[in-house]
Write a protein that binds this ligand. Structure first.
Ligand code: G1P
Length: 298
């Protein structure tokens, strides 16, 4: 079994759900507490043992590249001001030279097309894929569980969670087969099915380990749901000759590409921090109390 060394993080999406905030700034740079959304995906990948990150970017995303580079002026200023804590925190975020690559998706043809754009950099080895809008919250990052199941089963592994059965049309949905290792065998996959056509309520939550054979399939993948080249459709074709397993995620994913998920993530991550928990929680509690009073009075 080949080791999973590289991870693809697609960051080319336009972020229309977040306009006007994303008019001049990539949605991946919106902050959850004090770190950009994309940093959470990178940290999760590194925690899971990934050695090289491949970003699939687009026009107007160069600030992501700058974010992962060093900033000599900023480092000088912090050094002169003796701001050692901030310096150390920047140092911890800094990827080693040569461990990060950028390639561009030149037009928004869908997730399948974005992944296909990374094919030359990935080469002939299995790779992880993290959709950065989905921010993982829990004791262990979601990708660690996917990698764990991959070490048990090989093949292709996808993280899943259960959604409200009425919401299957928002996600890729998998059919549930026999229990296998720490997960289960996937019997079918379908992108954004109506509830009556969904094989289950187990949805694909944005973390994958895939075999490189997916690239040959993506070469000829036709457009699917939303008139986009869908990764799920290519995985369905790959599943005709390779196994797919699901790794249920025990933590929680926040969809930071949506306004409510983004705000929930900010609250959850703030409440997990000793330095700001109380000052965030108290006013929220007060707001909830006065909201309840208002609705009782109405
Ligand atoms: C993509 C995938 C879908 C998955 C979802 C998770 O959809 O195609 O299978 O469930 O991410 O966020 P998108 O959200 O890009 O429409």
């Amino acid at each position: 079994m080949k080791k999973v060394r590289k991870a693809v993080i697609p960051v080319a999406g336009l972020g229309t759900r977040f306009l006007p905030a994303t008019k001049a700034m990539p949605k991946e740079m919106l902050t959850v507490v004090d770190r950009p959304v994309v940093q959470y995906a990178v940290d999760e990948a590194l925690e899971a043992g990934i050695e090289h990150i491949v970003f699939v970017t687009g026009r107007n995303k160069h600030v992501i590249e700058d974010y992962f580079d060093i900033q000599p002026e900023l480092l000088d200023t912090l050094t002169r001001a003796g701001k050692n804590e901030q310096l150390a925190s920047l140092g911890r975020l800094q990827p080693m030279p040569g461990t990060i690559s950028f390639t561009r998706q030149q037009a928004p043809h869908g997730l399948g097309h974005a992944v296909w754009c990374a094919r030359d950099i990935i080469g002939d080895e299995p790779f992880a894929l993290l959709l950065p809008d989905m921010v993982s919250y829990g004791d262990k990052g979601c990708l660690s569980g996917v990698m764990e199941l991959y070490r048990q089963t090989g093949g292709n592994v996808i993280a899943v969670e259960q959604c409200d059965p009425r919401e299957t049309a928002s996600y890729g949905i998998v059919g549930k087969g026999a229990r296998t290792g720490s997960g289960f065998t996937i019997t079918s996959m379908v992108e954004k099915p109506a509830p009556e056509a969904a094989p289950s309520n187990h949805y694909i939550n944005g973390r994958y380990v895939l075999q490189p054979d997916i690239f040959d399939i993506l070469d000829t993948q036709e457009r699917g749901a939303g008139n986009e080249i869908q990764l799920t459709d290519a995985m369905v074709r790959l599943a005709q000759r390779q196994q797919f397993f699901a790794a249920p995620f025990e933590g929680r994913m926040f969809d930071c590409g949506s306004k409510d998920g983004f705000i929930q993530a900010n609250v959850a991550f703030a409440l997990a921090r000793d330095d700001i928990r109380d000052t965030v929680l108290e006013p929220i509690e007060e707001m909830l109390v006065s909201r309840r009073r208002l609705s009782q009075a109405a």
